[in-house]
Design a protein around this ligand. Structure first.
Ligand SMILES: Nc1ncnc2c1ncn2[C@@H]1O[C@H](COP(=O)(O)OP(=O)(O)OP(=O)(O)O)[C@@H](O)[C@H]1O
Length: 292
């Protein structure tokens, strides 16, 4: 059963095309990571699928209906990228307030325990640290025993220990049959939780595959050299850039590329091989057509 679906969805904000004909199906029981750099369109996609915004064109569905209808959202839990908690309420009071919206909520103690918040139950949210607030915001998505949860960058601002505790809670929800869609800038984070990763860049789905396959796509290296000769056709190139007399070759197999440069007798000086950032890897993916 498909719980969330985007079909050829585009979304514009004025002149900005935030999503460009994106299609995505999330089946019940899946844990899907949306990976992409800043401004890729991840939050926009989450906002459309959770009914916070309308697509400019295309269709979105949540639990078989229009996400903007409250009935479709009954079994939905969301933690948006930014949340505001009522500063003067205690953690326990906020949890109870959210629980009160649902017919069969999880018990307060269980929710607090799952997210390691039991010690904070009497603390006013205004006095919590950024990481503590984030953990409360994520926990609230689970208050109504949702079938599907959308978590937009859930671990932003969390230290390593808190991040791992949160991953554990998400894994437990998923192990019980829950469906999760989470966004992240980090493949490592998605790898820790999901098998399926959807890479979004420039408002498009660049890849929708296993974490292992995507790791191969984004493990791009930059081989820089100075040469006066025109370059022959080289295998495995995902991008070429020129700047100030230097040529930068982006490739998934730097060793193979260097071997090829040598065997093809390309004259070069000042060879340099370095990893690209994920951001650069995404840019090269955006420029290179990738078989979906
Ligand atoms: N309300 C808005 N008004 C105008 N432009 C917007 C709005 N929301 C998003 N955008 C633009 O749409 C594009 C996609 O933004 P979005 O927030 O969906 O990306 P993202 O992948 O979630 O990025 P980040 O990782 O930085 O949160 C960006 O160019 C952004 O500036």
């Amino acid at each position: 059963m498909i719980l969330a679906r985007a079909a050829e969805v585009s979304r514009r904000y004025g002149d900005t095309l935030a999503l460009d004909r994106v299609s995505l199906d999330v089946a019940a029981g899946e844990l899907v990571g949306l990976l992409g750099p800043n401004g890729a369109g991840k939050s926009t996609l989450v906002n459309l699928l959770t009914g916070l915004r309308r697509p400019s064109s295309g269709r979105v569905e949540l639990c078989g209906g229009d996400p903007r209808r409250p009935a479709s959202r009954r079994t939905l839990g969301v933690t948006p990228q930014e949340t505001g908690l009522p500063a003067s309420l205690r953690v326990g009071e906020v949890v109870d307030f959210v629980r009160a919206h649902y017919a069969d909520p999880i018990s307060r103690d269980e929710l607090l325990d799952r997210f390691g918040l039991t010690d904070l139950v009497r603390r006013q949210t205004g006095g919590l640290s950024g990481g503590q607030k984030r953990r409360v915001a994520v926990a609230l998505a689970f208050a109504g025993r949702p079938e599907i949860v959308f978590l937009d960058e859930p671990t932003t601002g969390l230290d390593v220990e808190a991040r791992h505790a949160l991953w554990e809670a998400v894994r437990a929800f998923h192990a019980d049959g829950g469906t999760v869609v989470l966004t992240s800038h980090y493949l490592e984070e998605i790898e820790a939780l999901a098998r399926r990763v959807v890479v979004i860049g420039g408002g498009r789905v660049l890849a929708d595959d296993t974490v292992e396959a995507v790791r191969g796509l984004v493990a791009v290296r930059r081989v820089s050299l100075t040469t006066t000769a025109p370059l022959p056709e080289l295998a495995g190139l995902v991008g070429v850039e020129h700047d100030g007399g230097r040529t930068h070759l982006l490739t998934g197999d730097a060793d193979g590329l260097v071997r090829e440069l040598v065997t093809r007798e390309v004259p070069f000086t000042d060879l340099e091989v370095r990893p690209t950032s994920l951001e650069e890897a995404f840019l090269s993916l955006t420029r290179t057509p990738i078989a979906a």
